[in-house]
Design a binder for this molecule. Sequence first.
Ligand code: GTP
Ligand code: MG
Length: 355
Amino acid sequence: MKVALLGVGQAGGKLAEALATERRARPAVTGALAVNTATADLQSLDVETLLVGTDRANGHGVGGDNELGARVMNEDVAEVIDALDVSSECDALVVLAGLGGGTGSGGAPVLVRELSRVYDRPVYVLGILPGRDEGSLYQRNAGRSLKTLAREADSVLLVDNDAWRASGESLGEGYAEINERIAKRIGLLFAADETSTGDAVGESVVDASEIINTLRKGTLAAVGYAAAESSENPDENVNAITSVTRNALLTETSLPDATSAEAALLVVAGDPDRISRKGVESARSWLGEETGTMQVRGGDMPVDSERVAALVLLSGVERSDRIEAFFDRANEAVDDTEGEDATESVTSDDLDGLF
Ligand SMILES: Nc1nc2c(ncn2[C@@H]2O[C@H](COP(=O)(O)OP(=O)(O)OP(=O)(O)O)[C@@H](O)[C@H]2O)c(=O)[nH]1
Ligand SMILES: [Mg+2]
């Protein structure tokens, strides 16, 4: 699937760069632009960059004020749309942002709305949820941003900053590594149809429409990934394929505890000679039962490797425990930061959308 990337804010820019330069993801990326209100955060990036909001932010960021982030982006939105190179072969646009800060949190919904208006292609978001230990302001910002994005975007693919962090590492130390993991997994999803060698592999190879149709079934999405050694004999890989699929869903998703979905996609990556059809079939039916959906799409991703991997895309995860817990925190944070009564409801009016 060909994608144009638009990173907003510090996390968004770093993630756009990580994806655009990731080995397997690279062929799927037709262009990447990083937009920010902070000059310093753009300087080191190896993608196209654009500084916005110089009148209001003076090149120093918006300091976690996501309403200001939204306002600034509104004023400069035409310039951003102009600067983003969207080729005709592009299947989707992807806006990337950390949802807890100011520029990305406030700016991403504005850009999503404008991109949806300008382009007749799906607009997806790769949104980073703040980890549990991040402060109230981050939780509240992310809650408001996500609420708005869920309305404006075709799908919001969420990565919890606690999900793929190496144990014992603080969040700050771990960013580079987390970003690499995100790029590898999301890159694999976008590039799943890029490795098709044409003849031999044929019909079971996943294509862009399977990803798009899976994402169409829900608002919030998550992705999981796991890999393991495989045998040269495909008949011996039935268990390897089912167990990497289990791990991808149960222990390695971008949104821990997201196990119920409206639709799912299972991509099995590996040497085509090692992939057991029986293994793929039983992994797919297990995935459907476990997530409670009848809609499990699937496909292979032929790669030259002795390992076999499962990439699971879940769409329609809004009812997961993690999303509920997150909105509880965001609602409580509204209480902390604004002195109102805490509320437990996801649709609470205390948590205003951004516009
Ligand atoms: N995964 C990941 N998360 C990040 C990274 N940098 C920041 N974050 C997270 O993103 C949120 C903060 O957003 P930033 O992108 O730093 O903020 P910003 O959009 O630049 O907004 P301002 O600095 O307020 O103008 C927090 O939840 C951080 O934990 C990163 O490189 N990777
Ligand atoms: Mg910043």
